[in-house]
Design a protein around this ligand. Structure first.
Ligand code: SF4
Length: 319
């Protein structure tokens, strides 16, 4: 199970154990043009936007962790509606130039329906796109997300993304009211065949994120399946389509399975592996907020940048 985990090494930097593979989430904004009832970006407080501090924090983060950062993951809210979306992208390009850090944009796909927007992101350093598409039934999808792009738009987006040599993954969640049976999951995979490079199924989790609004807490509490139910569902998919690629992995602090089913590459997020490490100290994921604070958790008020120094030499050790 811990095949991928073995590749992780840790060092001590300041008061934290820092992994040799860090996933840096770049939270561009907190707002969105959709209205998913489970959205963790819907918070009681808005993270203020301080672009100058964001730029200096991003440069400092790359300066300190540049060699350890495995991927940049651009998030929101909906990052593409941020008024500084392309400014931020250009700044990221400038600072990471020559470092070849894999960059992923997570989006609801709405803006990608515009050809000019699609060409601009196609020409940017984004390597891969994660598009959220909850259900294959457009009406159900609209009910779950508040809005949706249609299958023809998705096909067009995929076509252009492939022309630019990039990849597209669909993200969805599994819950009591969405894709909660093997048949529904198979129908979803069949429907989106040919317009994605991978599909990731994530259980809707009872969220206890910092500042998330009470409506989201209530919704996720009501609709989340139990860990056991998820395991039974995902294991039945993995058993049915078992291929040479099927494997349970620990990726960061998350347990993943992969399987090829119905001609698509499927990623199954099982659960958070909470007992592996002391979560307060280990850093595989960092989050940079629009206010310029860098945090190792979903808390935009905390800034841990000052706990690190860029001019020290550290030695990695296997864990
Ligand atoms: S599309 Fe994403 S950011 Fe927008 S409301 Fe839904 S979950 Fe939240």
């Amino acid at each position: 199970m811990a095949e991928v985990d073995k590749e992780f090494k840790f060092i001590k930097k300041g008061k934290y154990d820092v992994s040799n593979k860090i996933f840096l989430d770049l939270v561009f904004n907190n707002n969105c043009n959709y209205s998913c009832p489970f959205c963790i970006a819907r918070t009681n407080t808005y993270s203020e936007d301080n672009y100058d501090k964001w730029k200096s924090s991003f440069s400092k983060t790359i300066d300190i962790f540049g060699n350890e950062i495995d991927s940049l993951i651009i998030l929101g809210g909906e990052a593409t509606i941020d008024k500084r979306f392309f400014d931020r992208l250009s700044f990221i390009d400038e600072v990471t130039s020559g470092k070849h850090i894999f960059t992923i944009l997570t989006t609801n796909g709405y803006k990608l329906q515009s050809d000019s927007f699609l060409d601009k992101v196609g020409n940017s350093s984004i390597d891969s796109f994660n598009i959220s598409m909850m259900n294959h039934d457009p009406l159900k999808n609209k009910l779950l997300m508040g809005d949706t792009i249609d299958i023809d738009s998705l096909k067009r987006i995929y076509e252009v993304i492939k022309e630019y040599g990039k990849t597209l993954r669909l993200n969805t969640n599994v819950a009591k009211n969405n894709l909660n049976s093997l048949k529904e999951i198979e129908d979803y995979i069949r429907f989106f065949k040919g317009c994605q490079d991978a599909i990731k199924f994530t259980p809707l989790m009872e969220t206890d994120m910092f500042d998330t609004v009470s409506g989201v807490l209530k919704y996720t509490k009501e609709k989340a399946l139990s860990k056991e139910e998820i395991k039974v569902l995902f294991d039945s998919l993995a058993r049915k389509y078992k291929s040479s690629k099927h494997n349970d992995k620990v990726f960061g602090l998350i347990n993943y399975g992969e399987v090829d089913a119905l001609g698509s590459h499927i990623i199954l997020k099982y659960e958070q592996v909470e007992d592996m490490y002391d979560l307060g100290r280990v850093i595989p994921t960092l989050k940079l907020y629009p206010n310029g604070n860098l945090s190792n958790e979903w808390n935009h008020r905390k800034n841990i940048l000052d706990d690190f120094s860029s001019n020290k030499v550290y030695e990695f050790k296997s864990r």
